[in-house]
Design a protein around this ligand. Structure first.
Ligand code: SAM
Length: 295
């Protein structure tokens, strides 16, 4: 019988992943396997597929990497958004830098961006103009600029923190057809009045009293990106007015909103003079985007 314990074996990745999944599941994370694998990928500086392959082979990791992974899992178990921990959020074909002070772009907003991109592509103009009101990380603006390179995109944001992230993302992606303006969207781009083909916005639309259930949203998304007054539609009302000023006849307005707000938004747009207001579902079949056309 040996008198001394054998030296500790190196941590096995699959065991560490298993423990991370259990911890994240206990913390209420919806898809703990995905988050654990992405955090391991970040800790190890490799891709998620490589993590899966290494775990399947029974690979070991260094004590240092295991400790680093554990620290990331601890942050995620405290419900810090995955994208704040990795510093990156995917949006369509882009990878955007995000962190404290900026709204993390969501997959459902990719539908809004698609609608805006389709409207830009359909424009008869050789250099159609798009405006993104409340650009945050610049997700929608940069998607439009890179996917419709002949378009010229103007984006407004009035949060200092968000504007810094937007600038950083624009520099990182390097599109030269985007202009970011630090401005209240109510006052945005008078010089473009009557010339814009697509006005797009994912505004704050949560009613003030409807505090979001998920801690990632409640505690980490900036309040100015979430709350839109008593019925959540204060900023939407402004966007309707600003959109009418900016869009040329036939120009399109596209606004993201909560799943129960479609009818109210169609009514307010029709009352303001927009025509053909229509609401579109997201991939989970929830009403998500309302569009209208400038008469
Ligand atoms: C829900 S976030 C959307 C961000 C980004 N467009 C996206 O889809 O990920 C709304 C953004 O609008 C900005 N915002 C709110 N009110 C604004 C205003 N009056 N003028 C300019 N930006 C505003 C917020 O700071 C926030 O960045």
């Amino acid at each position: 019988m040996p008198l001394m314990a054998p030296p500790d074996a190196s941590p096995v990745l699959s065991d560490a992943l298993q423990r991370a999944c259990e911890r994240l599941a206990r913390a209420g994370i919806l898809d703990p396997v995905v988050d654990a694998e992405l955090l391991a990928a970040h800790a190890l500086g490799i891709g998620r597929g490589q993590v899966q392959a290494a775990a399947a082979r029974g690979d070991e990791v260094t004590e240092r990497d295991a400790a680093q992974f554990d620290a990331l899992v601890q942050r995620r178990a405290a419900r810090e958004p995955l994208q704040h921990i990795t510093g990156l959020a995917p949006f369509r074909h882009l990878e955007l830098e995000v962190g404290p002070g900026v709204f993390v772009p969501r997959p459902e907003t990719e539908i809004l961006a698609q609608i805006a991109i389709d409207a830009l592509v359909a424009s008869a103009s050789p250099a159609p103009i798009a405006v993104d009101l409340g650009t945050g990380s610049a997700a929608i603006a940069l998607a439009m600029a890179t996917e419709v390179p002949h378009a010229r995109v103007h984006a407004a944001e009035n949060s200092v923190d968000a504007f810094i992230w937007a600038k950083q993302n624009a520099a990182r992606i390097g599109a030269d057809n985007v202009r970011l303006a630090f401005i209240d969207l109510a006052d945005a781009f008078a010089e473009l009045d009557g010339t814009v083909s697509v006005v797009v916005s994912n505004p704050p639309y949560v009613p003030d009293a409807a505090v979001p259930r998920d801690p990632e949203v409640r505690l980490f998304d900036p309040p100015e990106a979430l709350y839109g007054g008593l019925d959540g539609l204060d900023v939407v009302r402004t966007i309707s007015r600003v959109g009418l000023r900016l869009a040329h006849p036939g120009g399109v307005l596209a606004i993201e909103h909560g799943e129960l707000q479609g009818a109210d938004i169609r009514s307010l747009l029709a009352a303001d003079g927009w025509r053909a207001a229509a609401t579109h579902p997201d991939l989970t079949h929830r009403d998500r985007v309302t569009t209208a056309v400038r008469p």
